[in-house]
Design a protein around this ligand. Sequence first.
Ligand code: FUL
Length: 473
Amino acid sequence: MKATPDYVKYAASIVPSERQLQWQQLEFYAFFHFGINTFTDSEWGNGNEDPDLFQPEKLDCRQWVKTCKLAGMRGVILTAKHHDGFCLWQTKTTDFSVAASSWRGGRGDVVAECAAACREFGLQFGVYLSPWDRHEETYGTGVAYDAYYLAQLRELLTGYGPLFCVWMDGACGEGPNGRKQHYDWESYYALIRKLQPNTVISISGPDVRWCGNEAGVCRKSEWSVVPYWHSEASRIAAASQKDATKPPKKINPTALDLGSRKVIKRCNQLIWYPAEVDVSIRKGWFYHAAEDHTVKTLDKLLTLYYNSVGANASLLLNIPPSPEGTLHERDVEALLNLGAQLSIDFNENLAEGSVVTDDRHLDDAHTGQQTLDPDPEAYWHSGDNPDGATLILDLGEEFDIDKIVLGEHLRTGQQIEAFSLYAELDGKWKRLCKGTVIGHKRICRFQEIRVRRFKLVIEQARCFATLRTWEAY
Ligand code: FUL
């Protein structure tokens, strides 16, 4: 048995917070980009719009949320305020809000309606609150704007029930000669922690990592333990959008590997910072009738799902409501088809009631069989000699299978660095899939085969290996 280097031991010791673990369970949730831009047909408003343009006459947040639920999502994030500064709730911090529109006599509140719809349908609710604000006069003055932003955060964190997430965008299009705001991030984080300790702070914050593009592309290996500097707001801002017409489509090639041994060896401060993939169902983030034909196909949506949720990232899929205040029928159709397909894909876990044997385990409470127990705290643990550990799943009889779902027990850290999955075909083990990260969830997809036994080999792990779940479809 080779000695584990100290830097690997250190990486193995990094574990998620309780709020990160809760967030990780959501896996797939919606983004709603809705605001004054919806009525001006733009992506980035300039902050000088007439608030009375905001007239979502048929606003129906129940339709938004219900559709998302049917698509298989477990939460939603609403743009309470985008870069233009227009607020979708009854705020006391500015006149530039729904209160200044004649819509519903100035008493409308989209944040409240969306939060209520989420409660009704059992989805989690979160808010996007753009730090960059093109309307607010104090933007760029430092402390005064921090106070403004904090007051907005306070209203949102105290007035609308539990928020699972505050999404702080790194985008800023002020350019070199524009206003420059030095945000007091720490004060924002402290207020969120104080008012809602279970809320994750995403993107320009310490809890959830932006995958680095807006095209739905995720790395082959999406490590959850990465160098701390990936969470620095200035670094995130530098990589973020600076021009409405140029959303980042690729991951910067220098940032393709965030957490292999090669990378973590060079950093003595690591953090748990799991990835989120944000992408729009259409071309733009906001609704434009001219983009109705760009709604992604079922195939494309499924690929996005499998490549993110199935690769240790969460999927934040944007569906922009139309000026009427409803989701357009094309988006609804696409979401319903997606939900229906996902329920077919994961209709019956054929591993349930099967037998898993292992060639090593820490103790009797952590045998291979534990991987089939739905309790998230029941898991297989290899003991301290994980490399080469082998588990066999025996379904008892042959089934047609094209997907295996694996997941580590994250409460004890991210340990697995390389694995291979095999199926027994005609008495021989045929490799189906070879990978690095398993993390919260790895979905291995392959050509459908008729098979009874699968073998999982942990080729390399940090201090030990765990497996919380093993499913077959
Ligand atoms: C970007 C913003 O500039 C876009 O408008 C959108 O909100 C996207 C999610 O983030 O950085």
